[in-house]
Write a new protein. Structure first.
Length: 317
């Protein structure tokens, strides 16, 4: 700002005690620290007092419940619950929590699992040549939205190595000899153990895992099936869908069991199609569904939102 004094025409700047906006000191912003969260998954026979007892366990130990969800299945008489709480003010040390839960479990005959948000699950992806599901998982991981850490990608073809390299994830090309699949599986298991993997994701992996392999990973292998199960199992589901003149197509993510494509379903989605869609249109729409459904299923598992009950799942939102 300037003022014109008496006398010769000169412009003299007027100093202000308040600095201009450009000189303002930026405020100090403290980093946001995410709380360490304990997540408890529970299943048992339904009875009165379960919700009160589990909530009281957290309350008595000065924990702050962040999320609670439960389901009582009238047909089976089973009860399921997901309980998450902040550990910041929790009186029990982490090492003491299992013993306390064991006492509660004995009282109510509970099956339970406790996990902590600062102990992230390491994930391996099995792939072949098709990239769309792999891309979606890698992007979700890069954005910090997956809920776990990608340890490595194992593939029976080398085609997707550049994709893994772009995202900086280790890639191992391990061909599978159809005459000696046991040797390849033995090496796969060795690598999974070596990298401390806790979840295996089949991102359009075009090999069938042996029952012996699957038995070592119960409830820890997720597959994407390119149809709305149980319809159109086997090869070329979109050709089958076109021949049947279906009006919706879908994708299904499920846990892998020894029975092909019959494991507990975690996530599904559909989209409408019509007689105007040819097979390529169906394939394109199916790819969109497959990558979204698989990533959502993996995220639900890693966020400890899934409970397996027989051949079904309880998935908490």
């Amino acid at each position: 700002m300037y003022a014109k004094p008496f006398g010769p025409a000169t412009l003299v700047p007027i100093m202000s005690a308040t600095p201009p906006p450009s000189a303002a000191v930026p405020p100090i912003v403290s980093p946001v620290v995410s709380p360490v969260v304990a997540t408890l998954l529970v299943s048992c026979r339904d009875r009165t007092g379960l919700v009160a007892a589990l909530s009281d366990f957290v309350f008595r130990n000065e924990g702050n419940i962040l999320d609670a969800d439960q389901h009582a299945d009238r047909e089976t008489g089973l009860f399921f619950m997901r309980l998450a709480w902040d550990l910041a003010s929790f009186r029990l040390a982490r090492a003491e929590i299992p013993a306390a839960l064991a006492d509660l479990g004995a009282r109510f005959d509970l099956s339970w699992e406790i996990t902590y948000s600062d102990e992230r699950t390491r994930v391996a992806i099995f792939a072949s040549k098709t990239p769309h599901c792999l891309y979606d998982l890698l992007l979700s991981h890069q954005l910090g939205e997956l809920g776990g850490d990608l340890a490595l990608i194992l593939a029976n073809h080398a085609d997707l190595a550049p994709v893994a390299g772009h995202f900086g994830v280790p890639f191992v090309h391990l061909p599978v000899d159809p005459r000696d699949k046991a040797r390849a599986e033995a090496e796969q298991l060795r690598l999974l153990d070596e990298h401390g993997v806790g979840l295996l994701v089949l991102a359009r992996y075009m090999q069938i895992l042996s029952p012996a392999f699957v038995a070592r990973w119960p409830g820890r292998i997720i597959n994407i099936h390119h149809s709305f199960l149980p319809a159109f199992v086997g090869s070329k589901p979109y050709h089958q869908a076109k021949e049947r003149g279906v009006k919706v197509i879908g994708a299904t993510a499920h846990y892998v069991t020894s029975e092909l494509d019959q494991g507990p379903i975690i996530e599904q989605d559909v989209c409408r199609v019509s007689h105007r869609d040819d097979v390529e249109d169906l394939v394109q729409k199916g790819r969109e569904l497959e990558r979204q459904v698989l990533t959502r299923a993996v995220r639900s598992h890693l966020e400890r939102r899934v409970l397996i009950s027989g051949n079904r799942t309880i998935v908490f939102g």
